[in-house]
Design a protein around this ligand. Structure first.
Ligand code: HEM
Length: 371
């Protein structure tokens, strides 16, 4: 890992990050008081994610954390048949064609100097805005601020938000999701709220989904894209890719493995079960340390293939596998291709960077490139 990757993680989680890494050194499955059963191995993580004994709706699960803020029906806090049906109805918003259209309509301006954090925020904000029927201007600035205000309150050893945090988060989200009512009322099939209406879900539920898409679809990219470009510059790979485009997919996949924008996944034990050699009880919280499972392979090296158990684990596995992955990949490639094209003319270098403190998703606060 580069020194700056380490800095970005520690700025976000000065206590939790070293703790999670230390637990991985103890063993692949470890029960940690106040945190839960921590799984640090890729094959075991995959087994948990694809086993219905583990849910997203019990104590210590994502539902416990998010439902008070976004309501009950937003995929990431659902399970079973209802979850599958909502995903099915949303699926064709994420076909290769649909995501190419969405990303093609979003603004992409590469000025010099270039702050990649601000730029990714504009792009990702505009894309999500279109998807959920919001004004693009609102999604890039205020929406991102609202989302980080909510996620920034979450800590590993705090499975639920306090009443006052919930009130603050709901107010921030209400400002954001109010305008999405129009998309719901119009029943526009090109938007998430419109699709939810056709499924018979309420306006309240659709507003929650808008909040959830802004939460899942902006911070992850604003985290990843600048970290990707910084990694490529710090390791000399941006020059290699500028000379040989055919390696771009491998470099992006490897940067996802090294950065793991969504560093942990949470589950709750529904029925007595076993993870590796450890018996777990209903109501226990399971913390899948994706970051540890991915890091076990070593430092950034796009020449080394990923073993099958690790493949795309940073997007999850099983029924909750990241719905937005095709969209995320299209946005990543759009920015990276533009950065590479400009690099061929006048090579970029990093002139200024700062890590973001007190955030849930580790990120740069600013990453400024110039020639
Ligand atoms: C590099 C960027 C991204 C990463 C690393 C990422 C990662 C993940 C992961 C790990 C999960 C599964 C969580 C779990 O099982 O507990 C997930 C779910 C999800 N992601 Fe992404 N994501 C990214 C971008 C996006 C984007 C751009 C969207 C926009 C629509 C999105 C929408 C979602 C949704 C809606 C879910 C919930 C799916 C469900 O529960 O059925 N993600 N993501």
């Amino acid at each position: 890992m580069t020194a700056w990757e380490r800095r970005v993680r520690l700025a976000a989680h000065p206590v939790a990050y070293p703790l999670v890494r230390a637990v991985a050194r103890i063993g692949p499955v470890v029960r940690v008081p106040r945190v839960g059963v921590v799984v640090s191995d890729a094959a075991l993580a995959r087994a948990v994610l694809t086993d219905t004994a583990f849910t997203k709706t019990g104590p210590g699960s994502p539902a416990d954390l998010w439902t008070p803020v976004v309501g009950p029906s937003v995929l990431l806090n659902m399970d079973g048949a209802e979850h599958a049906e909502l995903r099915r109805r949303l699926a064709d918003l994420f076909t290769p064609r649909a995501v190419a259209d969405l990303v093609g309509r979003a603004p992409l301006v590469l000025e010099r100097p270039l702050d990649l954090v601000a730029m990714t925020r504009r792009l990702a904000g505009a894309v999500i805005a279109e998807l959920v029927g919001l004004d693009p201007g609102l999604a890039a600035g205020p929406a991102f601020a609202a989302a980080t205000a909510v996620t920034g309150q979450v800590r590993l050893a705090r499975p639920r938000l306090t009443a006052s945090q919930i009130a603050t988060a709901r107010a921030a989200m209400a400002e954001l999701t109010g305008p999405a009512e129009a998309a719901y009322r119009a029943g526009d099939p090109a938007t998430v709220p419109g699709r939810m209406r056709s499924l018979g879900l309420s306006e309240h539920e659709a507003r929650g989904a808008v909040a959830a898409f802004v939460l899942t679809g902006t911070e992850t990219l604003v985290s990843f894209v600048p970290r990707l470009v910084a990694l490529l510059l710090d390791t000399g790979w941006l020059d290699r890719l500028a000379a040989d485009r055919s390696r771009t997919d491998d470099a992006v996949a490897e940067a996802l493995r090294v950065t793991v924008p969504s560093p942990v996944m949470l589950r709750s034990v529904a029925v007595p079960a076993r993870i590796g050699h450890l018996d777990v009880r209903p109501g226990e919280r399971v913390v899948i340390a994706t970051v540890s499972a991915a890091r076990a392979l070593g430092g950034f090296d796009p020449d080394r293939p990923h073993p099958p158990e690790l493949r795309r684990l940073w997007f999850g596995a099983g029924p909750h596998f990241c719905l937005g992955m095709p969209l995320a990949m299209a946005e990543i490639r759009t920015v990276l291709d533009a950065v590479l094209a400009a690099h061929r003319e006048r090579p970029w270098r990093i002139v200024r960077r700062r890590a973001a403190f007190g955030v849930l998703v580790p990120a740069y606060r600013e990453l400024v490139l110039d020639a």
